[in-house]
Unconditional design. Structure first.
Length: 499
């Protein structure tokens, strides 16, 4: 996460300040209730509370110290650093809102760093004029009363409110923040800092904690990739009961994360896969184990990140950043997910899947990193990529992999469309529709390596008998879009995560 990288040196200084302050204050420790508006510890200069926001404190202790800091006479830069450290630490733990045994704290920071986009117009950059006071919180816990619960403003446009609440496993507690726009009208928006969320008819909606009745979505903000030189938010689906349990779960990594989840997802293509709904249905029926899904959003360099070599597109040689993207997924993103979430991190419990170019890069990453991914899937995959420029296609790479049959990997391939009138040839590229012929060629390359193919039985409740490591399905006439992939998504889930 970029905030963590940027603040690492500041957090170290904060940690040193904590040690010095605690040594000076003896056993008085951290303030128990600075959020009440009263000085919790008269033995500590208020300015010194800025240094108490550190890795040594719990999220609620850091919150209490931060409020005292923001009410002190500390320099603006010191307060700003304390806010950044507080947010980074909370996001590296359980995220916002903060939840204690009998306490829930809502936080809103009115700045471009923490509130980057408009819910209704996600392409619109931050404008402080659209979030005017009073800022309030409304949700299931207060009957969605947009006037009842005002957040208190501190220095630096830091808004907060602490409630006495007990969050139980059956409390999903959806909520939104409410502010005034430039005309004085109420504007409702999801909490920009909230980790947990869902979608309703009005777009994104924040969640206090995921309940045990259904799964929920989460955001990991600003995941930095040194190999790609950029940062992006990453989305996850977590199964029902995750927030109140101790189980560890297998993980499916998917690309085009801004098109994967609920149909209300902003910045998505027309329609989405609605993968979370498919997962809920399959796990609820007992056909699939509970699992996590990591959705990696695409960006303006999608064609570069999702391809292993260059290809001629409209007369231009494009693509070829697949190795950098693979390093991001394997060396940067997966370790972060494994550290932050209760995953089963072994290869036997890790899968990767995508569609079109996403299927191409899934097979490439699976080929390069069999020690990480046992399960590899591609839907309507662009296995032809590279052929126009004479570069090796993905099928060529798999055909040339000498140890493929001994890796113990499991492959899922499918397509819609169909062959041309004269059938598929083994020489031509990009035949048929929805990459039908190229998918068959990849299947043939895998079979030529001695990998056994599962018999065509797409409706079987379990799609992975022992020692059968290829599953191929053709949906005649299916189009190249999210709706078609949604309709077939149950198959790779059953293959990867059998009970």
């Amino acid at each position: 996460m970029r905030a963590e990288v940027r603040q690492s040196s500041r957090q170290l200084l904060s940690a040193l300040a904590v040690l010095a302050t605690l040594a000076a204050c003896g056993e008085q420790g951290l303030p128990p209730d600075a959020g009440s508006g009263k000085r919790a510890d008269a033995g500590i200069d208020p300015v010194e509370h800025c240094g108490l926001v550190s890795p040594f404190g719990s999220d609620l202790e850091n919150y209490d110290a931060l409020v005292e800091c923001l009410r002190s006479e500390a320099e603006e830069s010191v307060m700003r650093d304390a806010v950044a450290t507080f947010v980074a630490l909370a996001e590296s733990r359980e995220g916002f809102p903060l939840v204690g045994a009998e306490r829930v704290v809502f936080v809103y920071v009115r700045s471009a760093q923490y509130d980057r986009e408009d819910d209704a117009r996600p392409e619109e950059d931050f404008n402080p004029g659209r979030r005017r006071e009073p800022v309030r919180v409304a949700g299931d816990f207060n009957n969605w009363d947009g006037a009842a619960a005002e957040l208190q403003r501190e220095s630096g446009d830091f808004f907060h409110r602490s409630f006495k609440m007990i969050v139980a496993a059956d409390d999903r507690w959806r909520y939104k923040l409410v502010a005034k726009d430039s005309t004085g009208e109420d504007v409702w928006f999801s909490d920009p800092l909230s980790r947990r969320f869902d979608f309703d008819e009005n777009g994104r909606i924040s969640i206090v904690r995921g309940g045990d009745a259904q799964g929920h979505l989460e955001t990991v903000r600003e995941v930095v990739s040194q190999s790609l030189g950029i940062a992006r938010d990453v989305y996850l689906y977590l199964p029902r009961g995750y927030d109140f349990g101790t189980d560890r779960y297998p993980v499916l990594y998917m690309h085009d994360g801004n098109n994967l989840f609920d149909t209300g997802q902003p910045n998505s293509a027309p329609g989405t896969w609605d993968v979370d709904a498919v997962s809920e249905a399959e796990t609820g029926a007992g056909r699939v184990r509970e699992h996590l899904i990591v959705g990696i959003p695409n960006n303006a360099n999608r064609m570069g990140e999702y391809t292993h070599v260059k290809e001629s597109i409209d007369g231009q040689a494009l693509g070829g950043d697949g190795d950098k993207y693979a390093r991001f997924v394997v060396q940067e993103l997966k370790p972060l997910v494994d550290a932050r979430y209760r995953t089963r991190r072994e290869r036997e419990h890790t899968a990767i899947l995508g569609s079109s170019l996403g299927g191409l890069i899934s097979f490439y990453i699976g080929l390069k990193h069999p020690e990480v991914f046992k399960y590899v899937g591609g839907m309507s995959s662009s296995f032809w990529w590279g052929s126009e420029l004479g570069n090796p296609t993905m099928t060529d790479l798999y055909a040339g992999a000498a140890d493929l049959s001994t890796r113990g990997q499991v492959f899922y391939l499918d397509s819609g469309g169909g062959p041309p009138l004269d059938g598929c040839s083994m020489e031509a590229r990009r035949e048929g529709s929805d990459n039908y012929c190229d998918t068959l060629r990849m299947k043939a390359a895998l079979e030529a390596k001695g990998i056994d193919t599962y018999p065509d039985d797409p409706n079987a409740p379990l799609l992975q008998p022992e020692n059968i490591d290829i599953f191929h399905w053709h949906e005649p006439g299916a189009e190249h879009n999210e709706a078609a992939w949604n309709a077939r998504m149950f198959r790779p889930l059953r293959l990867f995560f059998r009970p």
